[in-house]
Design a protein around this ligand. Structure first.
Ligand code: PEP
Ligand code: MN
Length: 338
């Protein structure tokens, strides 16, 4: 249920509604809007009686939320969520570009990648220090050393850092170094990790599970919001289908569908989505055209020597060429590049 307060409702009237919800053993979530405050209620097993709230002073309406996901839904919050990542807005009118290698491999590699993508116009540096590899014999990432190198690259370039957290035990360490915490596709339904992110105090980039429906994905995001962190962006990175010519099937249907169902920012990852370097730019362009708020692209100074995902990584000149096209498409859509 969503309790919508009148635009002129006082803080005391809002507090009274919050108290009443707590008194029923439920959780209130105050959602400030441009015009008025709305209060989402979670924790109820069955339908709540709106009459409990509509008679209270300052209350405009009490609305049942029809979707199983509540706090992430547009029903509960109409306006787009804009995540402020250290001064760079994610989810607003400006299009954001995140780029960098799949894995942090060395100081030279990450600094060269960071400087290259920065010069081409990216605002975020991606790079994994903890890598979820299908095989235990493949490169597993540099761990904390990799996080330190990402922080150094941020210091040198001003780029914001997005990096994956795989294990709840590593969360405090990742929070210390990252600007955005990436939850990988394989961990989308790691509920203990999702709950821990509620108190992380850092924005989260939640990737779509390889076989997750949009509903399951939104429910996973709901875990993070329900545990107190409203700064979540959703990243479409391709799903598993019967197709074998491409690594995954980038589900661009998800972009407009998400934009209508949720207020959270939507990011497209064309690199994991198609998995083939020569086709990544086409899918990056398509993701922006479909309405993504950001793209995240794998870029490596020497893709052929990458320790992970080289086959889908752009070189720095290839990325710079893509950025020229990104500016034109974003401009055609009336979106500046952040
Ligand atoms: C990655 O971003 O390098 C990665 C492992 O992505 P995903 O979780 O989408 O497979
Ligand atoms: Mn990768």
């Amino acid at each position: 249920m969503l309790v919508v307060m009148k635009p002129q409702a006082t803080q005391a009237q809002i507090d009274a509604v919050l108290e009443k919800i707590r008194g029923l053993g439920l959780s209130p979530h105050a959602i400030p809007g441009a015009q008025r405050v709305a209060i989402g209620i979670t924790g109820n097993k069955g339908a709540l009686d709106g009459g409990l709230f509509v008679a209270m002073p300052g209350v405009a309406d009490a609305i049942r939320v029809s979707q199983p996901f509540k706090l992430v839904s547009r029903e509960v919050k109409e306006e787009d969520t804009v995540i402020d990542v250290g001064g760079v807005p994610l989810g607003g009118p400006a299009l954001v570009v995140m780029a960098g290698p799949c894995s942090v491999e060395s100081k030279e590699q990450i600094l060269e990648a960071a400087e290259g993508v920065r010069a081409a116009g990216a605002r975020f540096l991606r790079g994994g220090a903890f890598k979820p590899r299908t095989s235990p014999y493949e490169f597993q990432g540099m761990g904390e050393e990799g996080l330190k190198l990402l922080a150094l690259a941020r210091e040198r370039t001003g780029l914001k850092v997005v990096t994956e957290v795989m294990d709840p035990d590593d969360l405090p360490m990742c929070v210390e170094y990252a600007d955005v915490l990436q939850i990988g596709a394989r961990n989308m339904q790691n509920f203990s990790l999702l709950k821990r992110l509620g108190g992380a105090g850092k924005p989260v980039l939640l990737k779509r599970g390889p076989s997750a429906t949009i509903r399951e994905w939104l429910m996973a995001a709901e875990y993070v919001l329900a545990h107190g962190n409203y700064q979540v962006a959703l990243c479409e990175r391709g799903i598993r289908t019967y197709e074998t010519m491409t690594r995954n099937t980038l589900d661009l249907n998800a972009v407009p569908v998400l934009k209508s169902l949720t207020h959270l920012p939507v990011v497209v990852d064309p690199s994991h989505g198609i998995g083939l370097r020569r086709h990544v730019p086409a899918m990056a362009r398509a993701g922006i055209a479909a309405g993504a708020d950001a793209i995240i692209v794998e870029v490596h100074p020497q893709p052929e020597r990458a320790l992970s995902d080289g086959q889908q990584s752009l070189s720095i000149p290839e990325f710079a060429e893509l950025m020229g096209q990104v500016r034109i498409i974003a401009g055609a859509l009336g979106r500046p590049l952040s």
